[in-house]
Design a protein around this ligand. Sequence first.
Ligand code: PXG
Length: 298
Amino acid sequence: MSERIVFFNGNWVLASQVRISPFDHGFLYGDGVFEGIRAYAGRVFKLEDHMARLYASAKTLMLTIPYTPEELSQKVLESVRINQLQDAYIRLVVSRGAGDLGLDPRSCPEPTVLILADQIQLYPETFYQNGLALASVSIRRPSGDVLNPAVKSLNYLNNILAKIEANLRGVPEVVLMNAQGYVVEGTGDNIFIVRQNRVITPPPSAGILNGITRQVILELAASEGYRVAEENFTLHDLYNADECFLTGTAAEVIPAVTCDGRPIGNGQVGPVTRRLMAVFQEFARSTGTPIEQGTSVA
Ligand code: PXG
């Protein structure tokens, strides 16, 4: 495979030629924002929604992205095209940039902007066929008044600590709760339960990353005729649900069949989950911004 060409601070360069300053506050302090975006069959999925979330996250951090959303969208499309990809995972990172030592972002005149498109690393097919085992973890998701989970920042230590607990317990993904004990999300995905044909996911006010896949599933589930609700639920509700699944750009829609050793429903992938997995695949492959729309590379 030939080396990837990445967009780095206004230029298209080979990935191996990118030089990020040791003084970049993204590296020193996790000061920055990012998006994980997917392309299916030559079209970038929900590009505008990813851009809106990126700029919203940046606004909260008072991080001025030196491109308009339209300009940056064109670069995202171009990153897929220039690497001759059709199906891709795109990582868009904007960090505070290089500055002095010390937290103060005012010492960083120029943000660092990086777009990397590569082949996607899919989860093993057995996860989709047979479902995942989940475990709840002791680490809590911080509430909105601490570090708002709605901001997709470069600070993923909370999620990484949860991932370490997942590894120690030998499960591929875990369930995080907020300080009130309500289930909120996984380490890189949102969570849904199905109960009596109602499709339920925690509300944004519970302290979640407002996932783009989550929003798509809420809409697809409603158009499939299911009753949908954004409601707080507990581990008890999860153990006693009929079905459970996770959603995310990387995971798409992935079934979960046990949590903390309790089978969810009958411990098999349920019919609502199967239906939504199929509908999502169909939707993802039939919508999106064509990569050909971008301006050609000079
Ligand atoms: N919750 C969290 C905490 C996330 O980070 C999601 C939910 C799902 O959101 P979307 O918009 O993707 O439906 C995410 C986002 C990766 C990677 O490995 C992906 C995410 C996060 C961190 C890393 O590329 N997903």
